[in-house]
Design a protein around this ligand. Sequence first.
Ligand SMILES: *Cc1c(COP(=O)(O)O)cnc(C)c1O
Length: 357
Amino acid sequence: MINVTKTFLPPQSEYGAILKRAWDLGWLTNRGVLVQELESNLKEYLQVPNIIATTNGTLPLQIAIKALGLTGEIITTPFSYVATTSSIVWEGCTPVFVDIHPEYLTIDETKIEAAITSKTIAILATHVFGNPCAVEEIEKIAEKYNLKVIFDAAHCFGVTYNGNSIFNYGDISTCSFHATKLFHTGEGGAMFCNDKLLFDQLFYSHNFGHNGPEAFYGIGINAKMSELQAAMGLAVLPYMGKIVKARQVIVQSYNEFFKDADIQLLKIKEQVQWNYSYYPVIFKDESQLLKTQAALNELQIFPRRYFYPSLNTIPYVKRETMKISESIASRVLCLPLYDSLEIEDVKLITATIIHCI
Ligand SMILES: *Cc1c(COP(=O)(O)O)cnc(C)c1O
């Protein structure tokens, strides 16, 4: 069976050796040595000045909205994982959708200004499949209208723009280290923020608001990463170079096999060092997608409909038509992509698709 992804598992002995350090100390959470070491190694690997490791990639979105003190309307993308929208609603804000670019699949920055009202307080946009939003244009709009910017960078581990980590953009960026993501800690995530005051607020917010064992800065929640999660991250991180390289080879094979095929592939922005995190293909229509999906399933190959449905159609938001996002969501399939995927399988997958379209 071939799934859309296959979690990279480091040699169990290596994970065990790191876990032993937690055993020896009898310390499993509350920002122990393993979490601190993972944060330090990630800062170096990602070339970011600051990071807070968290227990997943959703709480950072909620904490970011809370820490920025946001109430009102948040402009966001309908083409993302549900956590982007649910976090806005969970924090008592109102999502206002702006449609996406048909090729980059990120929020269409040229349509943002038209959606701004007197109640708009922020922009929360997703860098889709590791393809960054138009970060400079978005920051410019934010400055003009005095809005905060949060980037859901769940897919962006290792992505750089103009040689700079994509996590360094916006007021706050977040990432997910879920087992299905490029780099993982089983469940996990991170927050990035380059403003010292705001960083401090994010930091205490993720640990109940603590300022020392018996004092509090303010309200907080529990989003701490455990030592067990950090141990997985420390075991996986040394393999990231190899993992990304292997994925690059697979992506190049997909591209090569699809060279003359009548199918839309993801267009990566200029100046971006991409991370080969996902391989979406966009069909002519939904029936072509369903037919192809069925043919692949028949061969025990299970691509996934990321992202589907378009988030402007979920039950708890005000429904507004988002033509491009709804169209793309109904036609996009993410193909299997992981470091140990065989080129023979890439060949079978692409041949099956080409036969169906
Ligand atoms: C995975 C993902 C999240 C949520 O991350 P978790 O770690 O699963 O909580 C948020 N946004 C996007 C775009 C994602 O793909």
